[in-house]
Design a protein around this ligand. Structure first.
Ligand code: PMP
Length: 426
């Protein structure tokens, strides 16, 4: 299929207007005009099964969320310096999903802002500067947190305060050694930091290691690293922007699979199902001094409309039992992907938790060399066939599958058929 004349013209205008820093997915970019549940439609009316969007987690344009947002927009939209019931109700409801030690939640608009705030609080609380992140982490786009986002590439100067540790590796490290390995690498990073006169303030990780290539297992492997950063006087921040809000099926938050209680938890993306709302939950002592000295005001963060969106998302997750659905349909997806891997070959690993799955394409089973060509073929074949996923990882060979949590059995079957057809042809 060829790029049509209108889309070509729109791409040219887009490049002119938005400049060179923007990217589009696919050689033949998608021009979407509508969404509902797990489905998206392009301007020619072609339907796509969305297996990639982890923002519209309760389904595209969920009527309950849309009505909550538009209803509140028509009544009142102010900021957090006026009293409003729902902002407090929402904060209490979110905190109820977490361990008691996480006593407060502060609101912002994006995951980047949430991590930026967590970083400020971590540095002011510990009176230290050093931060450790994984090698291909993404924690956001502000000047401060882009330093914590090595997946942005070498263009971003990390300075001396940020150190990288290898992410878990499902192909080279045996599961039972994953925890000790991560802690040992953390110990090295801390020692190197100290040689430069920098003390560790925080370890921050995406609890599913999403941009590193998705490493959910074995459950509990994060614990030794969390214990170590605390023993060394730093704190642990769980970035739940991707893992949170029932995505993993077994638990509501990603950190819960590791049997740990973070000092701070950041969240965003699915929190408002597309309405910009994010947050940082924290222990009281983290913010005690910051709260008295720094004050916090975020014009749009935690508005009554944001609270309405967030509340509706929680209602839908509970009412439609989406955590259970993520677990049960997630299992169907994982089993199906494993079968495709076994049947078609060239797949070194299928892993995942709930409705976040990854499939690692390799050129041969002896060397496990990344097969970026196959991964790209699968992504593009699926796109032509009306299914959306993407590929990630240092070798661009790890297929990333993250459907809205409302996906049902027939959608899962349709997805697996399309996957098998893609693997069969390239
Ligand atoms: N943390 C993680 C783990 C993310 O995946 C992202 C976004 N991809 C962010 C933070 C930043 O969120 P936002 O784009 O909303 O600023």
């Amino acid at each position: 299929t060829q790029l049509n004349v209108e889309d070509a013209a729109l791409i040219a205008r887009r490049n002119d207007a938005l400049g060179p820093a923007y990217r589009l997915f696919y050689e033949q970019p998608l021009h979407l005009v509508r969404g509902e549940g797990v489905w998206l439609w392009d301007k020619d009316g072609k339907a796509y099964l969305d297996c990639y969007n982890n923002v519209a987690s309760v389904g595209h344009c969920h009527p309950k969320v849309v009505n909550a947002i538009t209803g509140q927009l028509g009544i009142l939209n102010t900021h957090t310096r006026y009293l409003h019931d729902n902002v407090v109700n929402y904060a209490e409801r979110l905190l109820a999903t977490m361990p008691d030690a996480l006593a407060h939640i502060m609101f912002a608009c994006t995951g980047s802002e949430a991590n930026d705030l967590a970083l400020r609080i971590a540095r002011s609380h510990t009176r230290r500067q050093g931060v450790i992140v994984t090698r291909l982490a993404y924690h956001g786009l502000t000047e401060a947190v882009s330093e914590l986002s090595p997946s942005l590439g070498d263009f971003v100067d990390r300075g001396a305060r940020v150190r990288l540790i290898p992410a878990p590796n499902a192909l080279t490290v045996p599961p039972e050694e994953q925890g000790a390995r991560l802690a040992a690498d953390l110990a090295i990073a801390i020692a190197e930091m100290r040689q430069d006169g920098i003390e560790p303030a925080a370890l921050i990780v995406d609890t599913l290691f999403s941009s590193d290539g998705l490493y959910p297992d074995p459950a509990g492997f994060l614990k030794p690293a969390v214990e170590l950063i605390r023993a060394e006087g730093g704190i642990f921040i769980a970035d739940e922007v991707q893992a949170g809000f029932a995505r993993t099926g077994d638990q509501f938050w990603g950190f819960q699979r590791h049997d740990i209680i973070p000092d701070m938890v950041t969240m965003g993306k699915p929190m408002g199902n597309g309405f910009p709302v994010s947050g940082v939950a924290m222990r009281h002592d983290m913010v005690e001094e910051f709260g008295t000295k720094a004050r916090y005001f975020n014009t749009f963060g935690g508005s009554p409309v944001a609270a309405a969106a967030g509340m509706a998302v929680l209602d839908v997750i509970e009412g439609e039992e989406l955590q259970q659905n993520a677990r049960s349909i997630g299992r169907v997806l994982k089993q199906g992907l494993q079968d495709i891997g076994t049947h078609r070959g060239g797949v070194a690993d299928v892993r995942g938790a709930g409705m976040f799955l990854a499939m690692e394409c390799v050129t041969d089973h002896d060397t496990n060399a990344p097969d970026a060509r196959r991964a790209a073929h699968v992504v593009n074949h699926l796109r032509q066939n009306g299914v959306l996923i993407s590929a990630t990882g240092p070798g661009a060979n790890i297929l990333k599958i993250r459907p809205p949590l409302v996906m049902q059995q027939p959608d899962a079957e349709r997805f697996l058929e399309a996957m098998d057809a893609a693997f069969a042809t390239g």
